[in-house]
Design a protein around this ligand. Structure first.
Ligand SMILES: [Zn+2]
Ligand SMILES: [Zn+2]
Length: 343
């Protein structure tokens, strides 16, 4: 089988690998679509993974082989697959923080999503593989993982009907957060970005108001839009430290700021400390997704409560992964979500 193997910036090579053998409870998946995630781009551009790694984890595919003892799936079934499985029993899992669980971080699919075939462990078959309804495409399945990440953030931020919401950074996850906020009956939803293209897409996907951070003063605009009150729930989905500080300034009293951005290690951010105590502004975070989000995400996408198709702006074959990353990491490119297909 062919896999796209990462070696260095701009150096991803197509390599032949042996088809993995299956043990009891395992499955072999033929990849039909795999989304290029912001974390894949970050790893490839900042060289944070070892040479020889196969990236990709947002998989829509088909079961082509099953190990002994798998009785809840059949060969030929279409599935969604995610890459990490929490243990459900450790200190962190018991407290609801499954994405910091040791097992969650250690589990993965083999060799990765950017491969013609993927081996799925028994744990994954049990917890992170989901059958697709007939009305869902493989690409929509591949959009389930980022949607699950966004859903977890929406639930952690505890949006209530009518809340005003702002998304700072309307890239591939921001564009889902925006739609989910609407689906969760938020009131006014503000899209905030520096790219005219992403703001135009946000408008298309349902944003009520737009702030162009390159041209407008974020706090002044927010206060104007909310009659001086500030925004109830703010998601920061851009790894710019100053935006996190500014978001705390833009929150309403009693509001919530959720960081969904992965900063370089050791990054510090200063915030107006009295906003936290005296104005009861909560500053929280949300990282990745867990099996708990998948059933809801399947409903939301299959019932078209959110539109993931419009977000897919580019498609590349496995052998063109270098080009895909180049476009997706170019801030000036008219690009939102890139899908990788086998050929
Ligand atoms: Zn992802
Ligand atoms: Zn755990």
């Amino acid at each position: 089988m062919k896999a796209a193997v990462y070696y260095d910036i701009n150096d991803i090579r197509m390599e032949d690998r042996d088809l993995p053998e299956l043990l009891e409870g395992e499955a072999l998946i033929k990849m039909h679509a795999c989304g290029l995630c912001g974390t894949d781009i970050h790893k490839a551009v900042h060289k944070t993974v070892k040479p020889g790694t196969v990236l990709g984890h947002e998989v829509g595919g088909e079961i082509v082989k099953l190990g002994k003892g798998v009785d809840n799936f059949q060969i030929g079934q279409r599935i969604f697959l995610a890459h990490h499985v929490p243990c459900f029993t450790c200190h962190y899992c018991r407290r609801g923080h499954h994405t910091v669980c040791k097992q969650w971080k250690e589990t993965n699919i083999e060799p990765g999503g950017f491969s013609e075939y993927i081996k799925v462990s028994a744990l994954h078959v049990k917890h992170s593989m989901v059958k697709l309804p007939d009305n869902m495409t493989y690409e929509q399945a591949a959009m389930m993982e980022p949607t699950a990440c966004a859903l977890r953030a929406i639930e952690r931020a505890n949006i209530r009907p009518g809340d005003s919401v702002m998304i700072v950074g309307t890239g591939q996850v921001g564009a889902i957060l925006l739609q989910l906020a609407k689906a969760f009956r938020a009131g006014m939803v503000i899209a905030n970005d520096v790219s005219e293209y992403r703001l135009e897409m946000s408008r298309k996907l349902g944003a009520d108001r737009i702030i162009n951070g390159a041209k407008e003063d974020m706090k002044a605009k927010v206060m104007e839009m909310t009659e001086g009150q500030g925004v109830d729930v703010i998601f920061v989905a851009a790894a710019v430290p100053a935006l996190l500080s500014a978001a705390v300034d833009c929150a309403s009293k009693g509001g919530t700021v959720l960081s969904f951005a992965i900063f370089n290690q050791g990054t510090t951010v200063s915030v107006d400390a009295n906003r936290i105590c005296m104005d009861e502004v909560s500053l929280i975070g949300s990282y990745s997704s867990t099996p708990f989000e998948y059933p809801t995400v399947l409903e939301l996408i299959s019932k078209r409560a959110i539109d993931v198709d419009t977000m897919i702006t580019h498609r590349f074959a496995l052998s063109q992964l270098n080009d895909a990353i180049k476009i997706a990491s170019d801030p000036k490119a008219k690009c939102l979500k890139v899908m990788i297909t086998p050929n």
